[in-house]
Design a protein around this ligand. Structure first.
Ligand code: AMP
Length: 297
């Protein structure tokens, strides 16, 4: 595995692969890799000839009061795991490499970015769109892999590549969860044992909305009520920021829910902000850990 810090070298290497006719896959991450990230890496390794994983803790997507300084950093461990998996390139630029002096050009998307998390994290998606567009320009991959755990982010990026004619295919992969349903996140390691014990209620709230919908409840307020009721069973430790049901393409709340609509939650456990989501209908395709053979970290 090559570990590359410079944009020009990364771009040249990928250009060489493209000229040989290889399909290149890109997995953008902020590091502190867990099984959720690795499921994206595995998808790229199996679908593409060459896999690039970027590790870049992007400062511009964190608000002033958010957790950039505490965010876990373990680049050596991450690189060891990626090498073992057979990744072809780790792209690990420094902050100064990605954001040159006097940087002042941003990708600002309207509409989808104002909803859900965007309503509470005003510049978050500006930072995400900008860094992802820059990564797409540097690593000219055929395919980029994102997690459905951050489904608003995936919707925003899909809209960005359509609106800006960026020639890449975005693949959105299932959420990887702990056995009790908590979606894996680099932030889970902030949780105290007491907080961790309460976090399964996010997953239970999403399941309550699904089960309600699938047993015939077609009133959004009732479905939202079922979710909130379940979250309230978090022993007072879980503080919801939003509970929503939205259409996957517009992120608007539908008048009448349909099976492709998504139940979504953001909640605090202490100072740790957790997000999760699940479609109301269809088969649950999420991956639950501690089933034989799916643990690596
Ligand atoms: P991050 O490092 O948090 O920016 O995440 C990098 C990528 O991993 C994003 O596309 C996330 O959606 C994805 N990801 C994070 N957690 C999970 C998870 N539990 N299951 C699947 N994908 C995930």
């Amino acid at each position: 595995m090559e570990t590359i810090k410079k944009k020009t070298r990364a771009r040249d290497t990928v250009a060489r692969w493209n000229s040989c006719g290889f399909d290149v896959g890109l997995v953008p991450t902020m590091g502190a890799l867990h099984q959720g990230h690795l499921s994206l890496v595995e998808a790229s390794l199996s679908e593409c000839d060459k896999t690039v994983v970027s590790i870049f803790l992007n400062p511009t997507q964190f608000g002033r009061d958010e957790d950039l300084d505490q965010y876990p950093r373990q680049t050596e461990t991450d690189l060891r795991i990626l090498k073992q998996m057979g990744v072809d390139m780790a792209f690990t630029p420094a902050k100064e490499e990605m954001y040159q002096e006097n940087f002042c050009t941003w990708v600002v998307q309207e509409y989808l970015t104002e909803k859900l998390c965007g309503a509470f994290r005003p510049d978050h998606f500006r930072g995400v769109c900008t860094v992802v567009a820059k990564l797409f320009n540097t690593i000219q991959a055929k395919c980029a892999f994102f997690g459905r755990k951050d489904f608003q982010q995936a919707a925003v990026i899909k809209r960005m590549i359509r609106d800006l004619d960026i020639p890449i295919t975005v693949r959105v992969m299932p959420t990887v969860r702990e056995k009790d349903g908590l979606a894996l996140s680099s932030r889970n390691r902030y949780l105290s044992q007491k907080e961790r014990n309460s976090t399964a209620c996010l997953h239970k709230a999403l399941i309550a909305a699904r089960e309600g919908f699938q047993s015939g409840v077609k009133d959004i307020d009732i479905l939202l009520g079922l979710m909130r009721e379940r979250l309230n069973k978090g022993g007072g430790i879980i503080k919801p920021q939003y509970t929503e049901i939205v259409a996957p393409d517009t992120l608007n709340r539908p008048e009448t829910p349909s099976s492709s609509d998504i139940a979504a939650i953001a909640a605090f456990a202490g100072d740790t902000r957790l997000i999760d989501n699940m479609p109301l209908g269809g088969k649950n395709r999420d991956i639950y850990l501690n089933q034989a053979g799916n643990e690596r970290v």
